[in-house]
Design a protein around this ligand. Structure first.
Ligand code: HEC
Ligand code: HEC
Ligand code: HEC
Length: 407
């Protein structure tokens, strides 16, 4: 019985189709879809060749390496027919019949239309083949045993197209299709259960990604000012919203990809995600920014001194950055969030301009500040720039985040 459930046949190898056997229009569509899905982000090693795999992905269960998805016959997917590709994307089963780890977000890709999968296939199969073998995965026992994943699929894989909501606009439905499918936004922005499955009753309630906190994108979103479709569009397109903050950590590559995606598609995603947050009770834009330097200094004198030395040059009200229309820290979701992880990571690892070297830059402080100093600075910043209660166990959270930021 167990064997019958887990066993999947191999799909016969094909001769790699010549790159020019695909229509250029379809290849171009596939390229745009691959941007929305971040295929290249995950399937390219640091300084590696595009799509040749080998990028390490840290999960609570160990480290996985993405594979080579160039059409190289020996080390990539050159021998894969469309049927094999479709099965991998929809069911998480490799051409050989082996189960794939859900680090490839097939629980989302399963919703992608045949037509769009065909375009993605055409795009990948017309890339230049690269010979490259990914390092072996390092997973905690017994998860290295792939047939176990069949059980995971029974529990968490919900195949089939998404239902259209006729009460919503065509743009909203397009956004739902892209965000839930290729965009796999919920893969990072949802809590996961102990087995690593997304909690379907709490989709978008906030999750964890590569040691960062991906804030809630539902009514519990922590942003001080409500995310409108326009603000979301600007953020997803450029990596920064003047009424919020910048895309940091794992959100950086997402907006980098979206900066190349078709404009109408990014607008559709923004419309859909804004509707998820819509019922949120939020302050109106006219409320003055929270800024209580005196009270915060009294409560956290050491943090105040550290902030003055390390942060104020960019983050105080009179700083040049504020003059350039950059958001004040009181608008950053990271400081208002119930979970301090992303604020800590921003300080430890810094923020790189996500889109083409334009835009904001914050230096990493991991070498210059101790865990206690990071905690003291952030306790002060939270007290000064938000009306939220102090974060509990901040010291411990900093130590944990620092451990997770090490390679
Ligand atoms: C979040 C990271 C991530 C994203 C995004 C992602 N992949 Fe992957 N993909 C992986 C990992 C990790 C594996 C290897 C899984 C395993 O070893 O079980 C993989 C495996 C695959 C495989 C199976 C290859 C083989 O040799 O078995 C294919 C095909 C694939 N991905 C295609 C894609 C395409 C196409 C996209 C974009 C539409 C994409 N992936 C996006 C992480 C990702
Ligand atoms: C690889 C994981 C990952 C994926 C995929 C991802 N996000 Fe994020 N996202 C994050 C993280 C982490 C943050 C917090 C970054 C920070 O601290 O600034 C974030 C932040 C955001 C924010 C800012 C929220 C706020 O209140 O500050 C928005 C909006 C957002 N993401 C939307 C999206 C959308 C839309 C998608 C799908 C197209 C998406 N994300 C896909 C990880 C991800
Ligand atoms: C060289 C300038 C610079 C310095 C110094 C600096 N930051 Fe930043 N910080 C930035 C920029 C740029 C952003 C991105 C948002 C923006 O553009 O306003 C940012 C964003 C943040 C955020 C929001 C994170 C997010 O996801 O958007 C926090 C929290 C933060 N900084 C805390 C600090 C703290 C604490 C210090 C001192 C230890 C510090 N920063 C020092 C430039 C700086």
């Amino acid at each position: 019985m167990a064997l019958a459930l887990t066993w999947r046949p191999a799909i016969a190898p094909i001769q790699p189709p010549p790159a020019n056997s695909f229509s250029p229009t379809i290849v171009a569509r596939g390229a745009a879809l691959a941007q929305i899905a971040d295929c290249m982000v995950c399937h390219t090693a640091p300084n590696g060749r595009p799509f040749a795999g080998g990028r390490p992905l840290k999960t609570p269960f160990g480290t996985l390496y993405s594979t080579n998805i160039t059409p190289d016959p020996a080390t990539g997917i050159g021998h894969w027919s469309f049927a094999a590709f479709e099965r991998a994307m929809r069911q998480g089963v490799s051409r050989t019949g082996a189960h794939l780890y859900p680090a490839l977000p097939y629980e989302h890709f399963t919703h992608v239309s045949d037509q769009d999968l065909g375009a993605l296939y055409a795009f990948l199969m017309s890339r230049r083949p690269v010979a490259a073998i990914a390092p072996a995965n390092r997973l905690i026992f017994p998860l290295g045993f792939r047939p176990m994943l069949a059980g995971w699929n029974l529990l968490f894989l919900h195949q089939g197209p998404l239902t259209i909501d006729p009460s919503e606009s065509a743009e909203w439905n397009r956004g739902a299709y892209l965000a839930e499918g290729l965009g796999h936004c919920a893969a990072c922005h949802s809590p996961r259960n102990l087995l690593g499955g997304e909690e379907r009753s709490h989709l978008y309630a906030g999750g964890v990604a590569e040691g960062w906190r991906a804030p809630a994108l539902d009514q519990s979103n922590p942003a001080k000012q409500r995310w409108t479709p326009e603000a979301l569009y600007t953020f997803l397109r450029t990596g920064i919203s003047p009424d919020h903050s910048a895309a940091a950590g794992p959100m950086g590559p997402v907006v980098e990809s979206l900066s190349h995606a078709p404009d109408a598609d990014v607008r559709a995603i923004a419309t859909y995600i804004a509707s998820k947050m819509a019922e949120r009770a939020s302050s109106s834009p006219s409320v003055p920014p929270t800024n209580k330097p005196y009270g915060a200094r009294q409560a956290y004198p050491i943090g105040a001194t550290l902030f003055a030395g390390a942060c104020a040059g960019c983050h105080d009200t009179g700083a040049p950055m504020a003059g350039q229309g950059r958001p004040l820290l009181s608008l950053a979701s990271d400081l208002s969030d119930t979970d301090p992880t992303s604020a800590i990571q921003a300080v430890l690892r810094g923020i790189e301009p996500p889109v083409a070297d334009r835009g904001p830059n914050m230096p990493p402080f991991s070498d210059n500040l101790t865990d206690e100093q990071v905690a003291a600075t952030l306790a002060y910043a939270r007290a000064r720039f938000t009306n939220q209660p102090p974060w509990p166990h901040l010291d411990r959270m900093v130590a944990k985040a620092r451990k997770e930021s090490q390679p």
